[in-house]
Each structure stands twice: as C-alpha cells, then as structure tokens.
Write a protein that binds this ligand. Structure first.
Ligand code: FAD
Length: 502
C-alpha cells in the first residue's frame, strides 16, 4: 500500500524528485519525506468536500471551496500534483514541460490563476521561418503572412483549405458550447466522423494533408476517430464568453493557443496552488471507492479514508470509470465514461548546447508528412541558455511506439529532428520522453475524445451531478475543453455548483 504524503502548510524541505524540477526552480511548494508529512496507512479524515485528483481542476475547486469557508481534502493518486501538467528534470539543471505547456488569448482563467500565484509568462519562440516537410522536400515559410503561418502548398490546395477553414468556423458558431448536442444539426454532424466530412470538403489532397496534420496536432487523434460534432464543439470552445472560438486560435502560435509559456515551466502553477492548500492535499492516495453513507460519502483511497458531505471527481472521464461507486452510477453516466477514450500522445524533448536552428533562420516549428514527429516547437528557456526541441508523438504514430523501448523511440525521434534541422540535431546532450499512453492515472492525452453518437446520446451526463458527486476536469469545460484553461474553468464551475448545495 502506498504511503500517504501531504503538503505541509509551511513547507521547508524540498523534494525535487517528487514534484519535478519546476518545484525546485520555484523554491515553491515542497514536501516532507518523513515526520508530519507522512501519515500512517490508515488515516481517517473528515471534510465538507472530498476532491479526487490534484490536477488543475481539482486544485482550483479546492481553492474556491476553501475561500468560501469549506473544509476540503484533495486525494491525488500520484506522488506529485499537476496531473497532465508536469515538469521534467533535465541533466543540465533545467526543466521542460512533459504535458500541458502553452497558453494563449482568451485563456483568461489559467492566466488569472498563474498571475495570482506570481507565475510569469514569456512568448513562445516564433522568430524566423516555419518548416514544411512534405514529399521529401523541406520548404521554409514565414509565420507573419497575411493569413498567418500558412504552409506553402499548391494554390488549389490553399484555396480549398481557406474555404474549409472558414466553413468550420461558421459551423462552429452554430454550436452552443454548454450543450453541443442541442445544436440544430447535432444529429447530422454526430453521425459522421471528421474524416468523412473532410473527404467531402477538403477535396484537394494538399488541403486534406493540412487538416490531417491540424487534427493530429490539436487532438492527438486521427480524423477517423472523431465525431464531426465533437470537432465543431472543440472549435467553438476555443474562445471565451465574448470571443467565439476559431480553428485559427487552436492552431496558431502568435495570437493562438501556443502563444505563451510559463517561466520555470507550467507545473509551477499547480505546485504553487497546492502549496496554498497545505496538508489538505494528500499525495500517493489513489481513490478506489466512493460509497454513499448516511447523508454523505465515504471516499476510500490507499492509506486514507475521507468522510465528506459532497465529492468532486476531477479526473478524466475514462479514468473516473476505474473508481468503484456504491451505489452504482446511472447507466448514462457510466456508459458516457466507457465512450470517451483518451487520445494518444507523447512528448519528446532533445536538449542541445544552443538553439542552433535559430542561426539558420528557423523558429523550430515543423509541419511534416513523414516520421513519428509531425509537429515540433522550440522549447528552449527564455534566456536561450540551452536549446530544446520538443516534438509531439501523436495518434497512430504514438500507438505504434507504445511497446517500443525508450532507446527505439529516441532513435526514431532524432532521425526526424535531423531530417528537419540537420545532422547537429541527431546528437543532443540529453533527451527526455513523456509517454502519456503508458502513464497510470492518465493513460493517454491530451484529452478524452468523442466518436460519432456519443455527444448526442450521452452529452448531458458529462456535468450532471449524481447525488452528491460532482464532476470536474477539463473534459467538462464549456470553453477550452482539453486545455489547462478548461481545467481551471471546470474547477471554478464545480466549486460554485457544490456551494449551492452545501
Ligand atoms: C502531451 C500533452 C500536451 C498538452 N499541451 C497542452 C498545452 O500546451 N496547453 C494546454 O492548455 N493544455 C495542454 N494539455 C492539456 C492539459 O494538460 C490538460 O487539459 C489539463 O492539465 C487537465 O487538467 P485536469 O485537472 O482536468 O486533469 P488532470 O491533469 O488529468 O488531473 C487529474 C488528476 O487526477 C489524478 N487521478 C486520477 N485517478 C485518480 C484516482 N483514482 N484517485 C486520485 N487521483 C486520481 C491524476 O493523477 C491527476 O493528477 C496537454 C496535455 C498533454 C498530455
């Protein structure tokens, strides 16, 4: 049985290995290895609200409930906070992001949270040309064209792509983000995949290629895996209450979701947030059972049992399905969680003495039709004291590598990096890999996805509380679902929801 660890209110002892390098970089939250931070195997706690999951959603919910004077215990399965947001330690003493990393315009809630915690942002490196690698040919292209960063495909493909993009944005405007299943054409859109729709609309092969790459980059899923209604919802959700979502905001670096990064790494946000909650956050405590008892609930985790009036489950839907509920959940809720699988993603980051591609006039961003990595970013720190190339391993390419050794993945990734940036890229000083498909308590990423028929049949069960059990997590958000911002919004929403019934 895993031992329970807690955040002390006045943290003193730094345990870098538990929290990732971001913790030490911040000198922020810390854990005790022994003494007051370690509880015996059979701790019992009582709280107004038990929260399952110390990702951004669960921690934000805890912050708001505590601010409203309620007692909470946050139970986290891992030995760190942040969930899909994690800092990876580098051999050179730096830290890089293994999961959620970028933020951009209209992602107001994650920005406000980071600001409140003193975590600063910097602009993602975007100076110089992008690279298109297609049909064995490398073509640099500007990021500041009239239409933004448009890959140099043939004129017919560009014209077709422009129409497809405008159509997607127009259709997305017809989606109510709080209930996409009520859109007038929801049934029609939810009985086809994005692939089916693209084949009928992105009829020029080079245009289809661009949308295929955009799809794997946004969802880490192939177009054939996604309901068209789900894709339109995701576009509609890429905005806020005063700015409707657009596809461009999802895909762009400047003025888009990849515009900014966090100084010291994104995991600083959940780490600092958890520090404000002190010993209310219990680590290494995977929740196994949520059972109704009297007027409340008994939440049983490894090493700790919490008795609470209400429960917030802030984990991805398919992972929430692995908890035992007593009494069993309504069929609609259980079947929903059986039908929202995690997409497939990994991140590979190669470290170099310098970001040498910058001297070649490149910004480190690639769009490619070849290899295991079809999109990359310059993940170097703000002072460029070393170079970092980050690539996503997505969808079919991720699944192909699930059983590969780390050495095999590294070799495949570096082959791609050398193809894009030259032979220097084949010899990094170090290399880190985060394979989300293999991670317990996430099993994929960046987000749960919906195939045809899921939203229209089961959508209302996404947020509907079941008795005193309330649901949070980025997958429940009406704006920026799938992103850190959506996670924070969901935590804020669920806290309000619980406060109305406490
Ligand atoms: C590779 C990758 C890249 C991404 N890039 C970006 C990006 O650039 N920008 C962006 O905004 N977003 C990005 N995201 C998405 C973003 O990270 C997530 O949307 C967000 O972090 C989700 O937060 P959450 O709190 O909803 O869920 P999670 O972070 O998944 O938190 C859930 C928590 O619950 C815990 N848990 C699970 N089961 C149990 C249990 N039984 N008992 C107790 N605890 C449990 C987990 O360990 C986890 O800590 C990316 C994600 C990935 C994987």
């Amino acid at each position: 049985m895993a031992s329970e660890r807690q955040f002390p209110r006045n943290p003193r002892l730094s345990r870098r290995s538990l929290l990732g390098g971001a913790a030490a970089a911040a000198g922020a939250a810390t854990l005790t290895a022994t003494g007051s931070g370690t509880a015996s195997a059979a701790t019992t706690r009582q709280a107004d609200v038990a929260i399952v999951g110390a990702g951004l959603a669960g921690l934000t919910a805890a912050r708001d409930l505590v601010a409203a004077g309620k007692s909470v215990v946050v139970l986290e399965a891992r030995d760190r906070v942040g969930g899909r947001v994690v800092g990876l330690d580098l051999a050179n003493g730096g830290v890089t992001e293994g999961g959620g990393e970028f933020i951009g315009p209209t992602q107001d809630r994650i920005k406000a949270l980071a600001d409140s915690l003193g975590v600063q942002t910097f602009t993602t490196y975007n100076t110089g040309d992008n690279l298109l690698y297609k049909d064995g040919k490398k073509t640099p292209y500007a990021t500041d064209g009239i239409l933004g960063a448009v890959p140099p495909i043939d004129a017919a493909g560009l014209a077709n792509a422009a129409i497809v993009q405008a159509t997607l944005d127009d259709l997305a405007k017809q989606i109510p983000v709080d209930a996409p299943w009520t859109a007038a054409k929801a049934d029609e859109w939810d009985r086809q995949t994005f692939e089916t729709w693209l084949r009928a609309n992105a009829v020029v092969p080079s245009a289809k290629f661009l949308f295929d790459v955009a799809c794997t980059s946004i969802f880490s899923a192939e177009p054939r895996e996604l309901s068209f209604l789900f894709v339109l919802f995701y576009i509609a959700a890429a905005g806020n209450s005063s700015n409707p979502g657009t596809l461009e905001r999802l895909t762009e670096t400047a003025n888009g979701a990849q515009e900014l990064r966090f100084v010291g790494g994104s995991q600083l946000v959940p780490i600092k947030l958890a520090a404000t909650l002190g010993d209310r956050v219990v680590l290494s405590a995977p929740v196994r059972t949520i059972a109704r008892s009297g007027g409340g609930y008994v939440v049983t985790a490894d090493g700790v049992t919490v008795t609470a009036r209400k429960v917030v489950v802030a984990v991805p839907p398919p992972i929430a399905a692995r908890i035992t509920y007593d009494p069993v959940l309504p069929a609609s809720r259980d079947q929903l969680t059986q039908r929202l699988p995690m997409a497939s993603v990994g991140k590979a980051i190669a470290i170099y003495d310098t970001p040498f591609w910058r001297a070649d006039g490149l910004n480190g961003q690639v769009v490619s039709d070849t290899g295991v990595i079809s999109s990359t970013f310059d993940n170097s720190p703000p002072d460029a004291s070393y170079g970092a190339l980050m690539g996503f391993i997505e969808a079919d390419e991720a699944r192909k590598l699930d059983a590969a050794s780390e050495a095999e993945v590294r070799a495949a990734v570096l082959k791609d990096y050398a193809r894009y940036f030259g032979e220097k890229a084949a010899s990094p000083t170090s290399f880190v890999l985060q394979r989300w498909n293999n991670e317990p308590y996430t099993r994929g990423g960046p987000v749960s996805i919906a195939a045809p028929g899921v939203l229209t049949q089961y959508g209302p069960a996404l947020r509907a509380p079941v008795g005193g059990i309330h649901w949070a997590g980025t997958e429940t958000s009406t704006h920026w679902m799938g992103f850190m911002d959506g996670a924070v919004r969901s935590g804020e929403r669920v806290a309000k929801e619980v406060l109305t019934v406490l």
